[in-house]
Design a protein around this ligand. Structure first.
Ligand code: HPA
Length: 321
């Protein structure tokens, strides 16, 4: 990876990454219109890209790109055509803050997309359902940048911290009026044509709470997030939304509910219902509903096809309307 000085601005670094890509990409793939970020277990979206022309680059080979460390997250950019003729770039696997990357590194790819000429980004992720009505396998449409809770951002761990990169956007970007109603309308319309009406899978619109991870939330934290108005919780996407909105990229964000966050309190140690229970039974009470990474990947696999078809249909309708 080429060296750059510590103080190279993110604008310069993004341009270096773009220079690297443009030197290698065939002419017809050089200006993707839409970027699609594939969350945990949703990398199968790459199979929806036509085989020719197509180009792939590991993050490790691209200047300044963060390298991934989580099992189940691949780490490559795939350039190609979606549907008939839509030039896209897919990010198969994303970097997370909990891996040790800075919040600026995590969001760097979004700025590379901007410099490549991308005007819309579709962000997908796996999330825990906080709304008791949500089932595993349901899909939640985030109401663009207006509908998230970014606790760490509010507290200062923010991807736009530091000298403002005026080349990308203003110092104090608003996030309160960034609705992209049109993109969300496309999702609702596409949903009816993609998802089997007999299926139990449902589409919701909801609020995403961003947490740093990597531990899943305690019951008390889940209840707090729910009381704050969150419907799903996850460890990604919001920093990317903020950086995309800062530089004027339209955003569509979809969460796949891969587990139900546990809100119910556990009994106190002196609760009478524990009377006469052995260690195994006590353990079973604690284990009920516990989130784990395997479960998240498995739910992703099962629902991934619907999610893929939804994204393909939405992007095709959006570009060809
Ligand atoms: N919490 C945080 N992140 C997640 C979860 C969760 O329950 N499920 C998938 N990603």
């Amino acid at each position: 990876m080429p060296e750059t000085s510590q103080d190279a601005s993110s604008y310069q670094q993004a341009n270096q990454a773009v220079g690297f890509l443009k030197d290698r990409l065939p002419a017809e793939l050089q200006t993707p219109r839409v970027a699609i970020v594939c969350g945990s277990g949703l990398g199968g979206l790459a199979s929806t890209i036509r085989d020719h022309p197509r180009a792939e680059y590991d993050y490790g080979s691209i200047p300044h790109f963060p390298k991934l460390t989580v099992p189940g997250h691949a780490g490559k950019l795939v350039f190609g055509f979606l549907g008939e003729n839509i030039p896209v770039v897919l990010m198969v696997g994303r970097a997370h803050y909990y891996e040790g990357h800075s919040i600026h590194q995590v969001t760097f790819p979004i700025r590379v997309f901007k410099q490549l000429g991308v005007d819309t980004v579709v962000l997908t992720n796996a999330a825990g359902g906080l709304d008791p009505e949500y089932a595993v396998g349901d899909i939640v449409l985030l109401n663009d940048a207006t509908k998230h809770i970014f606790l760490s951002g509010l507290a200062g761990t923010h991807p736009l911290r530091g000298p403002n990169d005026d080349d990308f956007g203003p110092r104090f970007p608003p996030l309160s009026d960034a609705y992209d109603l049109e993109l969300r309308r496309h999702v609702h319309k596409a949903w009816r044509t993609v998802v089997d009406p007999q299926s139990n899978r449902r589409l919701h619109e909801g609020v995403y709470a961003y947490v740093g991870g990597p531990s899943y939330e305690t019951r008390a934290e889940c209840r707090m997030l729910r009381q704050l108005g969150a419907d799903v919780v996850g460890m990604s996407t919001v920093p990317e939304i903020v950086v995309a909105r800062h530089c004027g990229i339209r955003v569509l964000a979809l969460s796949l509910v891969t587990n139900k966050a546990v809100l119910t309190p556990v009994p106190r140690g002196d609760d009478s219902i524990l009377e006469g229970k052995d260690m195994k039974e006590l353990d079973a009470i604690l284990q009920k509903g516990k989130a784990n990474h395997e479960e998240v990947l498995e739910a992703g696999r099962a629902a991934a096809i619907d999610m893929q078809q939804l994204v393909v249909r939405v992007v095709s309708n959006m570009v060809n309307q």
